[in-house]
Design a protein around this ligand. Structure first.
Ligand code: HEC
Length: 146
């Protein structure tokens, strides 16, 4: 009797806990940037991540959006390089990893431009309007758990 009445609320709290975890993790895993997701599939997955992924720790990880943004000019220059010096994918591997077509590179540049425009505006507004909520519970002596 006692035991069964204890297990029930316990089970419930585990369920609630699991739900909280999924809602926290999902927005990070699934990128809301649909244009990026599409470009990642059509460019990087096809032509780059076979060699540039977390499996090859010495190389730039091109499965990561932040790496693509950070090294954007270098990446685009290498896609367009026809000299064979810095060309990516390397000429000798282009039978497996196809060269990126100019029209896709242009799409990629459009996307990057839109990212740059976004990050110069709404970010500033966000920092200005941040509510001043006390984040540390120890600052609030009226809380019952103290
Ligand atoms: C067949 C394997 C292969 C593929 C596919 C490939 N790369 Fe590379 N990449 C390399 C190797 C090897 C190096 C290191 C040698 C060098 O710098 O030339 C490199 C270096 C780079 C670098 C310099 C930073 C670093 O990691 O050393 C960039 C940027 C880069 N590649 C971008 C790309 C892009 C963008 C694509 C897809 C369009 C791509 N690569 C596809 C093999 C590959």
């Amino acid at each position: 009797m006692l035991l069964s009445s204890c297990i029930l609320p316990g089970d419930k709290s585990i369920l609630t806990f699991k739900e909280t975890i999924t809602t926290i993790v999902n927005p990070i895993e699934e990128d809301k940037d649909k244009v990026y997701t599409s470009l990642q599939k059509r460019i990087f997955t096809v032509s780059c991540t076979g060699c540039h992924s977390p499996k090859k720790p010495k190389r730039m990880d091109l499965t990561k959006k932040e790496n693509i943004i950070e090294n954007f000019q270098d990446i685009v220059d290498r896609m367009r390089d026809s000299s064979g010096v810095d060309t990516m994918p390397p000429f000798e591997d282009q039978n497996i990893f196809p060269a990126v077509k100019e029209e896709l590179i242009l799409e990629l540049e459009e996307w990057k431009k839109s990212i740059d425009e976004q990050s110069t505006q709404p970010d500033q507004i966000e920092t200005e309007t941040k509510p001043e909520t006390p984040s540390n519970p120890t600052e609030n002596p009226d809380e019952p758990w103290l």
